[in-house]
Ligand binder design. Structure first.
Ligand code: AMP
Length: 190
């Protein structure tokens, strides 16, 4: 089984590259951001609670996202592998993911971190905000907060995966095709 964690700050291109990796390596996509937005669209209690955090660019509580991922893993036992996009975002989430996957004998194969300069992230998110309908992509102060939260709470996970010898930094600047090629080369070695 190939289990990839696609990692990087907001605007790094995780969603775009996930689409490519899913097709090439026949993986099942699990994006906590997409799952949360579906809950919001369906007006569920979970969605309404999560929206309060997402609108501010803050992280949704760990137990909420861990519960969602646990359910999805349980419901997709026969797949070739997963690509985790936007999850884990905290050490507690990474530990929970390890527990869930190791319990089933299918550990994380590698964590691929897309490295992109800050101004490029802001430009990409503001451009996406014009068409995505996502309010958190339209306000520069919320974008700044999401990047700040990434540096404070999420980027320490690089050390978490480095300690397991599973962390790979990928240059996330350039064209979509160039970045996809760099990711492929790394995934082929896993
Ligand atoms: P994304 O689509 O990955 O950019 O996520 C959009 C928003 O959803 C984030 O700013 C968070 O508020 C929330 N979110 C998504 N994934 C997670 C996660 N793993 N942990 C906590 N909050 C999350």
């Amino acid at each position: 089984m190939l289990n990839l964690v696609l990692f990087g700050p907001p605007g790094a291109g995780k969603g775009t590259q996930a689409d490519f990796l899913i097709e090439k390596f026949e993986l099942t996509h699990l994006s906590t951001g997409d799952l949360l937005r579906s809950e919001i669209a369906a007006n569920t209690p979970l969605g309404l609670e999560a929206k309060k955090y997402m609108d501010k660019g803050e992280l949704v509580p760990d137990e909420v996202v861990i519960g969602m991922i646990g359910n999805k893993l349980e419901a997709n036992k026969e797949v070739k592998g997963f690509i985790f996009d936007g999850f884990p975002r905290t050490v507690a989430q990474a530990e929970a993911l390890d527990n869930l996957l190791n319990g089933n004998g299918m550990p994380v194969s590698g964590m691929l971190c897309l490295e992109v300069e800050k101004q490029e992230l802001i430009d990409r998110l503001l451009t996406r905000g014009k068409t995505s309908g996502r309010s958190d992509d339209q306000d520069e102060s919320i974008i700044e907060n999401r990047i700040q939260v990434y540096h404070e709470k999420t980027s320490p996970l690089k050390d978490y995966y480095l300690a397991q010898d599973k962390q790979y930094s990928i240059d996330g600047m350039g064209t979509i095709e160039e970045i996809a090629e760099r990711l492929s080369e790394t995934v082929n070695k896993l």
